[in-house]
Design a protein around this ligand. Structure first.
Ligand code: KMH
Ligand code: ZN
Length: 271
């Protein structure tokens, strides 16, 4: 089995201080949380930005400042930017920071009901973000909230707009998207191209059970406050690092080693 890669999704766009006091907002807070997650075993950080008041942001200046702080702390974690941003943002807003050439960035290959909203990703929007990723040499992580998004990614691969075999992340258990049982995950795994890597991000109470399943069957795991606030029922995680540590402990128990950064970069086909 491949060594386990853990991605830390440390703030997202929908979690606020009114939900948990532990969500980081500023570049310094984001960088410090990233360093804690790396120490706990994370190999990649999935980054969204916030304005000083916590409003979701995709401003390239904030990404640049956060990356500089992560690097100046000597942290070698793989950097993944969100291109999902927040519901309602334009493609230009969502994709602007790709010019900073992070290691990876997300690419959601379809639209999905998102709580009471719609996370809109029309075919032209998807192609535009994929083209921008190609232009800047940024490797995509294909975000799938349901099985049709895997099919859409396969069509992009067939049309030569996405590279095979790809790295996929299944976001499961969100209201409006695909459910969060191990059966949902097992079905999705059957759709992937030969040689693809995948991780799972379970939303809310699905996060840690799906992580355990991914560890057992050879997949990879995303955890963090973007997806789930609780480290145990009723107990807020004091940061995404506690959720990373919980997954690292599960991997140890299961006898699955954690990936080094060099191993993660090789698995993700990064240079
Ligand atoms: N915040 C969601 C609307 C991504 O980062 O690529 C989209 C999202 C996906 O979080
Ligand atoms: Zn995200």
């Amino acid at each position: 089995m491949q060594p386990l890669m853990i991605t830390a999704a440390i703030c997202g766009a929908e979690v606020f201080r009114s939900d948990t006091p532990y969500v980081p907002y500023t570049p310094r807070e984001l960088a410090e949380e990233t360093v804690r997650c790396r120490a706990a075993g994370a190999t990649m950080v999935h980054l969204h930005m916030r304005e000083a008041d916590g409003a979701p942001s995709q401003r390239a200046e904030l990404f640049a400042e956060t990356v500089a702080l992560i690097k100046s702390a000597g942290c070698d974690i793989v950097l993944q930017f969100s291109t999902g941003g927040a519901v309602g943002m334009t493609v230009d807003q969502r994709a602007d920071a790709l010019r900073l050439r992070p290691d990876m960035a997300t690419l959601t290959t379809g639209s999905v009901n998102f709580g009471e909203d719609v996370f809109l990703n029309s075919p032209p929007m998807i192609r535009a973000i994929a083209a921008r990723q190609r232009e800047f040499g940024v490797r995509p992580e294909v975000e799938c909230f349901d099985s049709g998004m895997v099919d859409a990614a396969l069509r992009l691969m067939k049309d030569g707009l996405l590279d095979l075999p790809g790295h996929f992340n299944f976001v499961l258990g969100m209201a409006g998207g695909m459910g969060g049982t191990t059966a949902h995950l097992d079905f999705l795994r059957t759709l992937l191209p030969e040689g693809a890597t995948w991780s799972v991000a379970g939303i809310g109470r699905f996060e840690l059970p799906l992580a355990a399943h991914a560890i057992a069957v050879g997949g990879h795991v995303r955890v963090g406050l973007e997806d789930n606030l609780y480290v145990q029922k009723g107990v807020l995680a004091k940061g995404s690092y506690e959720l990373v540590a919980a997954v690292a402990a599960m991997a140890k128990e299961a006898g699955r080693p954690l990936a080094t950064i060099a191993q993660a970069r090789a698995l993700l086909r990064l240079n």
